[in-house]
Design a protein around this ligand. Structure first.
Ligand code: CNA
Length: 244
C-alpha cells in the first residue's frame, strides 16, 4: 500500500469516528471548479498585471482606483458560472448527515452554499452580495458583472462595493465569533486548500483543541508540523476515495 493510500484510509477512519467535524477551507478547494487561487503556480499571483493583485484588492486601491479594481475583479474573481466540485459536496453531505458542524471558509465564491452546506462562516465575505456605499441598496453579482466600468447604484448613483473583505479591512465580529465557537467545539478540524498565510483567518485554527487536526494541501504550509494527519496531495486524488 502506498503512503498516500495509507493516509487516505486514516482520513476515512477519522471521518467515520468524527462527531463534530469542522472544515476550514481556502481558495484551493475551488480550483477544481475553475476558479484560480492566489498562490498556486497558475494562481493569480503568478500572472502579470499592471499592479500586484494583493494591491488591487486592497481598501486603498478600491478607493483610489475603482476602475482598475473592477477591471481585475470582474475578470478574475467574479466567476459566476462555476459549479461546486466533489470536495464541496462531500463537506455538505457530512453536515446533512449530522457529522459536521459546518465550514469556516476564506473563500468568497459561494460554492459551499451552492453545494448544500448550511452553516458557512464566510471570513472574507462573498462576491454574491454587493451594497451601495451611500444608500446601502443590495445588488447581486450579475449586476456587477454586467455593469460597464464601475458599478453604480441605480437609486442614488454612488459606487457599489462587494461585500468582500479587502486587504486593510477588518473581519466581521459576528462571523469570527461564530467561526471560533465552531472550531472550539469541533472534535476534528480538517484544514484544506489554504496556504495558511493570510491573517487573522489562518490564526483561527489555533482555537482548535479537539482530537484530530487534519491538513490536506498540495503544497507546504506553516502549520504542517502541527497536523495529526498531513496529506500533501491534490483533492482529486483523495476525496473520490472517501465514502460518506
Ligand atoms: P492561496 O494562498 O491561494 O492557497 C491555496 C492553496 O490551495 C495553495 O497552498 C495550493 O497549493 C492549494 N491547492 C490549490 N488547488 C488545490 C487542489 N486541487 N488540491 C489540493 N491543494 C490545492 O489561498 P488561501 O485561501 O490560503 O488565501 C486566502 C485568500 C484567497 C482569501 O482572502 C480568499 O478570499 C482568496 N481567494 C478566494 C478565492 C475563492 O473564493 N475561490 C479565489 C482566489 C482567492
Amino acid at each position: 500500500m502506498s503512503e498516500l493510500q495509507r493516509k487516505i484510509e486514516e482520513l476515512q477512519t477519522i471521518i467515520d469516528e468524527g462527531r463534530r467535524i469542522v472544515f476550514f477551507t481556502g481558495a484551493g478547494v475551488s480550483t477544481d471548479s475553475g476558479i484560480p487561487d492566489f498562490r498556486s503556480q497558475d494562481g493569480l499571483y503568478s500572472m502579470q498585471y499592471r499592479y500586484p493583485p494583493e494591491e488591487i484588492i486592497s481598501h486603498h486601491f478600491f478607493e483610489e482606483n475603482p476602475e482598475e479594481f473592477y477591471r481585475f475583479y470582474k475578470d478574475k474573481m467574479l466567476i459566476l458560472d462555476a459549479e461546486p466540485n466533489d470536495t464541496h459536496k462531500l463537506m455538505a453531505k457530512l453536515e446533512a448527515k449530522g457529522k459536521s458542524l459546518g465550514v469556516v471558509t476564506q473563500n468568497i465564491d459561494g460554492l459551499h452554499q451552492k453545494a448544500g452546506s448550511k452553516r458557512v462562516y464566510e471570513l472574507h465575505g462573498s462576491v454574491l452580495r454587493n451594497y451601495c456605499t451611500r444608500c446601502g441598496k443590495f445588488f447581486d453579482a450579475s449586476y456587477i458583472k454586467n455593469s460597464s466600468g464601475i458599478p453604480c447604484c441605480d437609486k442614488c448613483g454612488a459606487i457599489v462595493k462587494p461585500d468582500v473583505v479587502l486587504y486593510e479591512e477588518g473581519l466581521s465580529s459576528p462571523v469570527i465569533n461564530g467561526a471560533v465557537a465552531a472550531i472550539q467545539s469541533a472534535d476534528v478540524l480538517i484544514v484544506l486548500g489554504t496556504s495558511l498565510v493570510v491573517y487573522p483567518a489562518a490564526g483561527l485554527i489555533r482555537y482548535f483543541s479537539g482530537r484530530k487536526l487534519v491538513l490536506i494541501n498540495r503544497s507546504v504550509t506553516p502549520y504542517d508540523r502541527e497536523a495529526d494527519l498531513l496529506i500533501q496531495a491534490s483533492f482529486s486524488d483523495v476525496f473520490p476515495k472517501i465514502k460518506v
